[in-house]
Design a binder for this molecule. Sequence first.
Ligand SMILES: Nc1ncnc2c1ncn2[C@@H]1O[C@H](COP(=O)(O)OP(=O)(O)OP(=O)(O)O)[C@@H](O)[C@H]1O
Length: 627
Amino acid sequence: MATVQKLENEIKNVEKELIKVDAEMEKWRTKQRQLHERKTELKKALNKLKSDTLAKVDWAGIKYEWSEEVEKMLKDVFKISSFRPKQLSAINSTLSRQHTIVVMPTGAGKSLCYQLPALVEPGITIVVSPLVSLMEDQVRSLKNKEINAMLMTSTSPKEETNAALNALKDIKTPIKLLYVTPERLAKSKRFMANLQKCFSNGRLQRIAIDEVHCCSHWGHDFRPDYKYLGILSNMFPGVPLLGLTATATAHVLNDVQKMLNIPGCLIIKSTFNRPNLFYKILEKPTSNDECLNILEKLLKHRYKNESGIIYTNSIKDAEDVTNGLRQKGLKVGCYHANMEAEARSKVHIKWHENYYQAIVATIAFGMGIDKPDVRFVIHHTISKSMENYYQESGRAGRDGLRGECVTLYRMQDIFKVSAMVFSSVGSMDFLYGMVKYCLNGHLCRRELIAKHFDEDWGDSDCNKMCDVCISNSNVTKEINLESHCQTLTSIIDNAAKQDTKLTAQKLLDAWFLKGPVPLRHKGKEPPFSRAFAEDVVAYLLVEGYLTEDFHYTAYSTVVYLKKGPNMEAINDQNFTLKMPIRKYTNFELDRPAPWDNVIVTEKPDTLKRKSDVLKKAKKSKTIIIDD
Ligand SMILES: Nc1ncnc2c1ncn2[C@@H]1O[C@H](COP(=O)(O)OP(=O)(O)OP(=O)(O)O)[C@@H](O)[C@H]1O
């Protein structure tokens, strides 16, 4: 008969067994996780190999049965004398029925890559586009070229929707391109049924997906509706998909291929270097008035009579800066998401027609800006990622003439942005990428941008078109941060003992022996300015020696600083940490920018466009042709 003792012993034995089983299971779970990770890595490597192999084909160099027709259409219909880099490769690959993703910077001419093939073959090209105004612009411009194109959105009048739906079924329709929003494409049963009909009639030529990065959570513009597009490759076998984007990071491209179900597809990537853009980081003053003074000088002198954009990171800032500049007699318009569509459109038009010298906008002013003569893009606050920065600053100089991209940077803005973005996945890494770009004072800014887009910069030349290269300094000075890390650690630990959290400003105060006495450290003041100390704090943050700690209050999010995971290393005997020292280079606010330093980004054989550029560059003295 079981005794209490016996049962208790057995329970103990079972518990011991369970511990063993748990340990064993944990081992297998780890093994399972590792295998999954390895499988994902291998799949990625396989897809990359497939993409790389396809990319080795000389798509532009081969003569195809359609080559003559393509050349003829280019000249006769589009009135363009020659292709820009990678356009012909993209056209030939999609006409060869390859699933292709085209990655080109803004304004490089992605639309031609699907508009021209649409005319070479019978049937219809579907163009999925996220923005109605963009679609309207394109359809208008196609109609001007006497190309039959239509659009279908949720707000299209009934007759237009019916006409578009009929065009899909009608084998005699003259329609060559049909633009649709992603939700129309996948959510409207009627549309899908007619598209199926178009496919079975052999008339579904290809599906172009503009702004294809919207498929990816990692993109700067994720749109949930894009996820429906994953069904297309299975539903319409043999119909090539052509994704187009200006976003080139490996993460995004990988995601897009996965979402569209076209792993290992051909990726055609053109360079992200915009040789005509000058990049500059400008020290942002602490007071709003001083900041407005800088903007005033820039608009009244450096950018006198020139057109541009000032990006802010909040609606309030956009309104304040607009009002501030208006009080100084400048003609600027304000643009943000809280305005009615009609008011936004009015501001856009006034800017387009150069009534406003500048538009002061949040990032709501984004896709579809096609003003060629934007001479300056000023970031009043840093962007939330390099990706965003490239897109936003890239709106300058679309005509190939000099454009200036000026970013006002100061440490405090990091926290303004992080408090807004910290809850979304990966956002802090994106933001820190942007901060690293601002803190950089020794590498060419173009090189950093190229690295961000996984592009090989090699020995390419910036032509002194960034503040780092113009400074002419080849020597990088560094500062040792070990002792400063010790001091900051002691301040943070001491505050924690007193149950006090430190914002960046409080941390700096304590470091400079200011603020509440109990929080100050026992040593000396740092041997440099507060502005330099801000750089040190920002550097330690982006390198993981400090970390942000977010706390909600009723009205806002407060950002405190605490020790980051890498701060542990200060206890190692061999710990060293050096920070490259940067200086803000000279930048004349009171004199016109050197507009005569013109860089023509076109290939020399694009004569028409080059001559356009030359005509516009009345003031030009130096023309550098980029071959
Ligand atoms: N080969 C070419 N030669 C001269 N001009 C061209 C060529 N290809 C396109 N363009 C012109 O360049 C301008 C920009 O083209 P497009 O709008 O297609 O750019 P995009 O890459 O789609 O830019 P975004 O990403 O901003 O939409 C258009 O005015 C277009 O007519």
